[in-house]
Design a protein around this ligand. Structure first.
Ligand SMILES: Cc1cc2nc3c(=O)[nH]c(=O)nc-3n(C[C@H](O)[C@H](O)[C@H](O)COP(=O)(O)O)c2cc1C
Length: 335
């Protein structure tokens, strides 16, 4: 059975990737994930806020020393690189992850503004990251901001990151664009080597007992694959970027479905947090079994088989199916 997969030029032994989460900052867990079959790992994100905070702190201390008038004090002042702040620790995790595992290590860079952090991508490259996943988690709460403004912001951030590195860059985006297809194409044209579909937005709830916002993080459920599945099926073969499915994988069934829709790789976090890192092997064995039971010899054979391009009735992914679904719903007798 040939499960090998190409993802943004990275040659993977299979299409399963452990997506960004704190689980992947533990070197022991990364080794275990590799042993259990993960083809690549995405490290948890380093955030723009962390990078910018460190730079501000550095500037503040430099100014303090300069203002003290003791020029020689500068020599006692630690250099930028020797700070033990978050960004330096993150680079250390990248280096240690690279030493610990043989599979590709993808660093995750997370931010929303254009200035002051995107060049950190080159430090990630120097630390040995095989690729960068750029997560732009932006909620346009400013009501004067138009859809075009939001899209331009994504594209500019991507352009800056791409300009800083030679390694592949994946753009992890949410589903809240008016025209995901056009946005996907624009990101690919701007140089995104892959699109990770989708970022999961964590919306706050209201705790009615305390009248506070509750920010508890719920793990995903398999029913959530439908939105990324729809868009992967529509985009397959139509954008010059790899497609990574992210959200809702619980069993090998979801992995298989995503491949059928056209995903190059399938990522999971919730299932690993729910069942432990050994679940990676359960997914892999399950995928193998699903393919073997259908006499399929490679993932290449199934990839995109249920995409919009390959279906006899491509409108099934569009409005026709929606009307059919609504009108075909049987109201239970008891209602
Ligand atoms: C506890 C936790 C931490 C996460 N941290 C990150 C992160 O640092 N960066 C990121 O891009 N995504 C992060 N994610 C999102 C996951 O990478 C993934 O996209 C999301 O959980 C949907 O996939 P799933 O359904 O397999 O969980 C996190 C998710 C969870 C549950």
């Amino acid at each position: 059975m040939d499960l090998t997969t190409d993802y943004m030029g990275l040659r993977l032994r299979n299409p399963l990737i452990a997506s960004a989460s704190p689980l992947n900052s533990d070197i022991g867990k990364l080794r275990a994930l590799e042993d259990y079959g993960a083809a690549a790992v995405v490290l948890p994100s380093i955030f723009e806020e962390q990078i910018v905070a460190e730079r501000r702190e550095f500037e503040r201390r430099t100014e303090e020393v300069a203002a003290s008038g003791f020029a020689e004090a500068q020599s006692y002042f630690p250099t930028y690189d020797s700070y033990g702040f978050e960004p330096e620790r993150y680079l250390d995790i990248v280096r240690r992850a690279k030493e610990a595992v043989g599979i590709p290590v993808i660093a995750s860079l997370n931010g929303i503004t254009r200035e002051g952090w995107t060049d950190y991508a080159s430090a990630l490259e120097q630390a040995g990251a095989d690729a960068i996943e750029l997560n732009i988690y932006f909620i346009p709460a400013d009501l004067s901001m138009t859809g075009r403004d939001v899209e331009q912001r994504y594209l500019e951030i991507l352009r800056l990151v791409k300009a800083s590195v030679a390694i592949p860059v994946a753009a992890k985006i949410g589903p809240h664009f008016s025209a995901i297809g056009a946005m996907a194409r624009a990101l690919a044209d701007e140089g995104a080597n892959a699109l990770v579909l989708f970022n999961r937005f964590y919306q706050p709830d209201i705790d009615i007992a305390t009248l506070r916002l509750s920010m508890d993080l719920e793990l995903s459920r398999p029913a959530e694959i439908r939105l990324p599945l729809l868009w992967i099926a529509i985009l397959y073969g139509r954008v010059p970027a790899a497609l990574a499915a992210s959200t809702g994988v619980e069993s090998a069934d979801e992995v298989f479905k995503y491949l059928l829709a056209g995903a190059d790789v399938v990522m999971t976090t919730s299932s690993l947090l729910r069942h432990g890192v050994s679940h990676m092997k359960t997914l892999l064995d399950g995928l193998w079994a699903l393919l073997a039971a259908r006499d399929i010899d490679s993932v290449e054979e199934v990839r995109g088989r249920m995409s919009q391009q390959r279906l006899r009735d491509p409108t099934a992914f569009e409005r026709a199916n929606y009307i059919q679904m609504l009108q075909g719903y049987r109201v239970p007798d008891a209602v």
